[in-house]
Design a protein around this ligand. Structure first.
Ligand SMILES: Nc1ncnc2c1ncn2[C@@H]1O[C@H](COP(=O)(O)OP(=O)(O)OP(=O)(O)O)[C@@H](O)[C@H]1O
Length: 516
């Protein structure tokens, strides 16, 4: 066997691979690194690029192994770490399909433990590169975590718009941190300390985002049982806090002791006791809970303990909390309905999910993409014909500027209604004036309006409140004809008119008549 050191050129290549190994797969850095490693043309498909990346690394590693220079036991310092990452990347990609199969099997089996027949092969390959036994077992668990995160973020939150790409990148960072070195240095076992707050309108996918984080937690691998210690299906539990009265809610969250209240005929385990050690509890509609429950949640977040109703025995909670609300937390904080201290404990990161209308504006392809995914979720793989039919009906019945107030959930229902009735007229409910104003403010924050739309929305809002073009002209210092033009435009404005007429028909909102 010929033995020689890796050349500088080879080390440069290995360094690039090491950087790609744990880079956020939804980020542009990873895309650039993949292009650099593969040597593929930038317009190649993602699959072609990945295939070229994996093949090139395999060939390079084989050559290094043949020369006896890929063994970690013969390296130290930075070069050892670089080679370690390259080996991990290589072995991970050899078993990606196996991990995907395992995820699908586990989804079918639910909470049951699944055996992992390929585990010993992976562990064998890692240790052959000189990775220690314990490190290999931990990295095997990290591989599974990486693949679950990729699977659930990619499939749960589809969309080609820039804001969806940002969202997926952001969710990945919630699982692995923005720099994997933090994660590797020990946070892999401590992500429970990072609670996440999800904001966004109803139906934008807060639940889907929470599930993606929840199903992507670290789960140790048990070599003796040849299985992971927990099914990821058990690692995510959710509760809609607005569905319960205060008393029942406490019992649901923290459990109760037999005899704690009339009707407590047995001990009851609450959600916090049932959550797996690395699991995630999703507290949906956190903006709806009473102050006493907020105080108890604060205690769980601060001290990691809680008390079942009627018990003085403290119980520990070691999972992670993800919370969501579609209310304006700013307003609730200001009015004292939501405690500042709980807010600051909840928001290691705050993620706002983009409304569907913003996504469609950013990228009209988004609708096509979503329709394809939602239709196949509903009815399995379908030929493109059905998708085009649904799209045609949506365009015919709603025009191109419908605002989708119920977001993706509404789109799901629209598809079902079209399948049943052949049409969908949109949601016709009127929006209270303050909600309309909040929506306008939201659109400004999102940067979703151009200057003309903004003027049109402002003029329409004033017109809805004051009833005459003259008054609007006086307030805006525009001339009457310009005001009229903007108000007329507001009646068909994409961002504001989609729910029917938010500002465009003052008679509904103010009781006054429209001028002609
Ligand atoms: N980007 C997306 N890609 C695919 N499906 C999505 C996406 N966003 C949302 N959905 C689907 O839309 C439906 C509604 O999403 P979800 O329940 O997560 O919304 P939400 O923001 O939690 O709503 P609410 O505030 O009313 O609880 C779900 O079936 C979800 O899977």
């Amino acid at each position: 066997m010929k033995s020689s050191k890796a050349t500088d050129k080879e080390w440069t290549f290995l360094e690039t691979v090491a950087r790609a190994a744990f880079a956020n797969p939804f980020g542009e850095t990873r895309d650039d690194l993949d292009i650099a490693i593969s040597g593929a043309a930038p317009d190649s498909s993602a699959d072609e690029i990945l295939h070229a990346v994996v093949t090139r690394i395999e060939v390079k590693l084989q050559s290094l192994r043949d020369r006896g220079v890929a063994d970690l036991r013969n390296l130290d310092g930075h070069r050892r770490e670089v080679m370690r990452r390259v080996c991990l990347f290589h072995v991970f990609h050899r078993y990606v399909d196996h991990f995907d199969e395992l995820i699908k099997t586990q989804l079918k089996e639910g909470d049951k433990h699944c055996r992992v027949p390929f585990a010993r092969h992976v562990l064998g390959e890692l240790t052959a590169f000189g990775i220690g036994d314990q490190d290999a077992v931990r990295m095997f668990a990290v591989f599974y975590q990486l693949r679950r995160a990729f699977y659930f973020i990619k499939n749960g939150l589809v969309g080609t718009s820039p804001s969806m790409k940002t969202l997926r990148r952001h969710l990945w960072d919630c699982v692995f941190t923005h720099d994997i070195r933090w994660f590797e240095a020990g946070l892999w076992d401590k992500m429970e300390e990072f609670s996440i707050l999800l904001l966004g309108e109803t139906g934008t996918g807060k639940g889907a985002a929470a599930a993606a984080i929840g199903r992507s937690g670290f789960i140790p691998f048990d070599v003796a049982r040849n299985a992971f210690t927990e099914s990821f299906t058990r690692n995510f539990v959710s509760i809609n806090l607005s569905q319960y009265s205060e008393g029942v809610l406490e019992s649901e969250l923290f459990g109760h002791k037999k005899g704690a209240f009339t009707g407590a005929v047995d001990n009851h385990e609450g959600l916090f006791s049932r959550c797996a050690p690395h699991g995630v509890i999703f507290l949906d509609e956190i903006g709806d809970v009473s102050i006493p429950v907020q105080i108890k949640l604060l205690q769980v977040l601060q001290e990691r303990i809680f008390f079942p109703v009627g018990s003085h025995e403290a119980r520990r909670f070691s999972g992670r909390i993800v919370a969501a609300t579609n209310r304006s937390l700013d307003e609730m904080l200001e009015s004292g309905k939501f405690r500042d201290d709980l807010y600051y404990r909840l928001c290691s990161d705050v993620i706002t999910l983009p409304p569907l209308r913003v996504r469609l504006k950013e990228d009209p392809q988004e609708l096509d993409n979503l329709l394809g995914v939602l239709l196949s979720r509903l009815a399995g793989e379908m030929p493109g014909r059905e998708k085009h039919l649904v799209k045609r009906i949506l365009k015919r019945d709603l025009g191109r500027h419908y605002a989708w107030p119920g977001n993706v959930r509404e789109l799901e229902q629209a598809i079902k209604r079209i399948i049943l009735t052949g049409r969908y007229q949109g949601m016709k409910r009127e929006e209270p004036k303050q909600d309309a104003a909040a929506r306008l403010a939201q659109e400004i924050v999102e940067g979703a309006m151009n200057a003309e739309e903004l003027l049109s929305a402002y003029c329409s809002s004033l017109y809805a409140s004051f009833g005459t073009y003259e008054e609007v002209a006086r307030r805006t210092r525009l001339d009457r004809r310009t005001v009229k033009k903007y108000v007329e435009m507001g009646k068909v404005s994409p961002s504001l008119d989609g729910r029917g007429t938010l500002f465009g028909n003052c008679s509904i909102q103010t009781g006054r008549c429209l001028e002609s």
